[in-house]
Design a protein around this ligand. Sequence first.
Ligand SMILES: [Zn+2]
Ligand SMILES: [Zn+2]
Length: 234
Amino acid sequence: MKAAVYEGPRTVTVKDVPDAKIEHPCDIIVKITTTNICGSDLHMYEGRTSFESGRTLGHENMGQVVEVGSAVRKVQVGEYVVLPFNIACGFCKQCERGLTNYCLTMQPEPDLAGAAYGFADMGPYQGGQAELLRVPYGDFNALRLGEDAAERQTDYVMLADIFPTGYHATEMAHVKPGDQTIVFGAGPVGLMATYSAILKGAGRVWTADHQPDRLRKAEEIGAIPINTAEQNPA
Ligand SMILES: [Zn+2]
Ligand SMILES: [Zn+2]
């Protein structure tokens, strides 16, 4: 299969690598149909991490299931799934508390917790900037999508990371109906935080950034834009 392989700082090459395959009875194999490149991929791309040369990037993945292991019960071949970027077992102490980002069994280093696809220090798992992706514990990690999945891939792929990350910010900020909310930064996650605050019924939402194109998008969503470049002229 082809994959986007990290070969050192600022060097990523599309090359042939061995096909992803079932390694454990709970695995599924997904044929990737849509993925995002994330801002946090830059940590690896720019060489600021211990990410090993030869590994495949990509933790925001969706696609169609092409194979399931013998112990997989829910996920079926042919289904479209989106994969939240964290890989978790579903049965350890942390997963049972809902803290799947600190899963204890998918991280091989005893001093660390948590795992992810194609990410530094998050276990040996390959990323989804590839034709095929191995998903451990497929029944737990794959979010199975409905009939409109194929047509709405660019919406659903947001569930791998960007949308829940922005939503989580509004959870941590306890945004409630009628609240006045301001979001600093209108990159993809900031825009999703803006959108989440509006979905939660915030009375007014301001979004601050210095990029006019981002602010236009925030306004489209329903926020009041604040151009910080104009607020603080250099
Ligand atoms: Zn991401
Ligand atoms: Zn776990």
